[in-house]
Design a protein. Structure first.
Length: 340
């Protein structure tokens, strides 16, 4: 059995082909798709966070809204760029959204990806300390965030408060018990995956890795997952960790599928650069008749190693089509692979 959810980047555009023409469309349709996939029996709705772009940005109002409109599915991010975040304010937002959702948040966080603007985090009021990098700053913010999620008080109370305080040091409120165990780190390398295991966060591995070891992407990703689990065990964490991978997978079952993705079965990985300094390997996409998909996906060792599969969706094709695409995987592919 595998948890299967979707991952949306939440694009909107006034282009003629887009059914998501405004920020309002992107937000409302995200809620509607989450409701639809819950009805279909899928397990999760996840959203990418990008700043300075016509894509979903501030995640917590959206997550809280989905939490109020659904009952069962997991609701998450993949991922929040911690360079931009006030970690204590984020604890309050995340705690509130998680309580509204009844403890169903699964928050993916990370250092972030190449941006639309140069050093966008500086416009948000954040800059690395002298001698530190933006990646260092993201991990510093993450450390504060994780510590505050523990629920242990640390702030000295005012001796003459407006309202009575509980005894002891104070913490950000509202506190949502258990949320700390539902934090994931988006790791783009094997070394980062090991660090994630040491920190006691779940592993979120995407469709690219920032290293090329000369082996197929799924094998490199499976090795990343193995190293993560070994680091987790060595660190002595008590609970079982979780691992997700993301894939673009489309079952060609009707004329719409063939029109959109009939030529989209990318049978090999690609190697490229995500910025001037960073070489990356990009995992292949899958688009084929269901029986062909089953055979191809059976050989994807990273999907086999993960407990959660996130299906990346072309959100600008609209709610109805994306629900259909997800339903096709749940109906024709997942049972044949033992995922259902």
């Amino acid at each position: 059995m595998k948890k299967i959810g979707f991952l949306s980047f939440g694009h909107w555009s006034a282009s003629p082909y887009s059914q998501v023409r405004s920020a309002s469309d992107a937000l409302i349709q995200s809620i509607e798709l989450a409701e639809a996939v819950e009805d279909l029996g899928a397990d999760g709705a996840y959203f990418r966070v990008h700043h300075f772009a016509q894509q979903l940005a501030s995640p917590f109002p959206l997550l809280a809204s989905i939490g109020a409109r659904t009952k069962r599915i997991e609701i998450g991010t993949a991922v929040i760029d911690m360079r931009y975040e006030n970690p204590l304010y984020m604890v309050e937002d995340a705690g509130a959204a998680d309580l509204i959702a009844g403890g169903r948040l699964q928050l993916g966080i990370s250092r972030g990806s190449p941006e639309q603007v140069i050093d966008g985090f500086r416009y948000f009021g954040y800059a690395p300390a002298e001698g530190a990098t933006d990646a260092d700053m993201a991990r510093d913010h993450t450390e504060v965030f994780l510590q505050a999620l523990s629920g242990v008080g640390f702030a000295q109370p005012n001796p003459t408060p407006m309202f009575p305080n509980p005894p002891g040091l104070l913490r950000p409120e509202p506190h949502s018990p258990g949320l700390r165990e539902r934090i994931w780190w988006g790791a783009g390398s094997r070394a980062t995956a090991e660090w994630t295991g040491q920190q006691g966060m779940n592993l979120m591995s995407s469709t690219l890795l920032t290293e090329d070891a000369g082996v197929p992407f799924h094998e490199l990703q499976a090795e990343q997952i193995r190293l993560f689990r070994e680091a987790w065990t060595a660190a002595g964490h008590a609970r079982e960790p979780r691992v997700s991978v993301s894939r673009s997978i489309f079952a060609l079952v009707d004329d719409r599928d063939r029109a959109y993705f009939g030529q989209g079965n990318q049978e090999t990985d690609k190697v490229g650069y995500i910025d001037a300094q960073t070489k990356a390997i990009f995992g292949r996409s899958y688009a084929a008749e269901p029986d062909v998909l089953v055979k191809e996906l059976a050989g994807d060792t990273a999907i086999q190693a993960a407990d959660t599969l996130l299906l990346t969706v072309p959100n600008q094709l609209g709610v109805e089509y994306n629900a259909h695409a997800i339903e096709s995987i749940l109906t024709y592919v997942a049972p044949e692979l033992g995922w259902r």
